[in-house]
Design a protein around this ligand. Structure first.
Ligand SMILES: N[C@@H](CCC(=O)N[C@@H](CS)C(=O)NCC(=O)O)C(=O)O
Length: 218
């Protein structure tokens, strides 16, 4: 039952994809509404009253409270469903570490390379794009070395946690970039996650198609 909660999502946005997939996977199945970023639907008075920072995803919890930031939404969903967000405080702290790593280290390397061709910022020079790709490749390697063990999910968990939903959505974005070197451990992790969460690919399809079409148009 949705209890009046609603997830406002942009289907073209990597940051929405993890929340969309976890909403289904966790069994919460809260109501969702697609927001068209190109039509400025995050800038309407109704949306701004809910989220003055005009970004998706946004989760309306009740008439007095809405939250945003994909990882904050994943934490709230994990706590509500009691799934994929351990209650043990040490394990939870480790999941939080990984969520912050994704947001503060990994995703900025992805956006540096992708936001230019997506039109979210002025495209960089050839030299800047080359440097951005090298930094992203180094981060992919660091991610594999620091967080992946054979047969496991991020950070050594036996089952996916909300950190995986966050991380895989960033990886999904980066997958579009041609000629990027992927560590075997990261490729295998990506396959493992998609096998464990078959609904993820469906939720990510619109985003992947959109990012690919922008990349091909450059
Ligand atoms: N750090 C945020 C980023 C969210 C974000 O930047 N959303 C963009 C799309 S990727 C958006 O909704 N932009 C619409 C706008 O600024 O009006 C998160 O992880 O949720």
């Amino acid at each position: 039952m949705s209890e009046g909660k609603c997830l406002y999502k942009a289907d073209v946005s990597a940051n929405s994809v993890g929340c969309i997939a976890f909403n289904e996977f966790s069994g919460l199945k809260w109501e969702t509404k697609s927001v068209d970023l190109m039509k400025g639907e995050t800038r309407t008075p109704e949306f701004l009253a809910m989220n003055p920072l005009h970004i998706c995803p946004t989760l309306k919890i009740n008439k007095d409270l809405s939250i945003w930031e994909s990882n904050a939404i994943l934490r709230y969903m994990g706590s509500s469903s009691k799934k994929a967000y351990p209650e043990n405080i040490e394990q939870r702290a480790w999941v939080d570490t990984m969520l912050d790593y994704r947001q503060c280290n990994f995703y900025p390397k992805v956006s540096t390379v992708c936001y230019g061709f997506l039109g979210f910022r002025k495209p960089g020079s050839e030299e800047e794009v080359k440097k951005g790709k090298a930094a992203l490749e180094a981060e992919i390697k660091q991610f594999g070395d620091a967080f992946l063990k054979e047969g496991k999910f991020m950070g050594g968990f036996a089952e996916p946690t909300i950190a995986d939903f966050s991380m895989i959505s960033a990886i999904e974005f980066a997958k579009v970039i041609k000629g990027l070197k992927w560590e075997k451990s990261v490729e295998e992790y990506y396959e493992r996650f998609n096998k464990a969460v078959p609904g993820f690919a469906k939720g990510a399809a619109i985003c992947r198609g959109y990012v690919k079409s922008c990349y091909d148009k450059q």
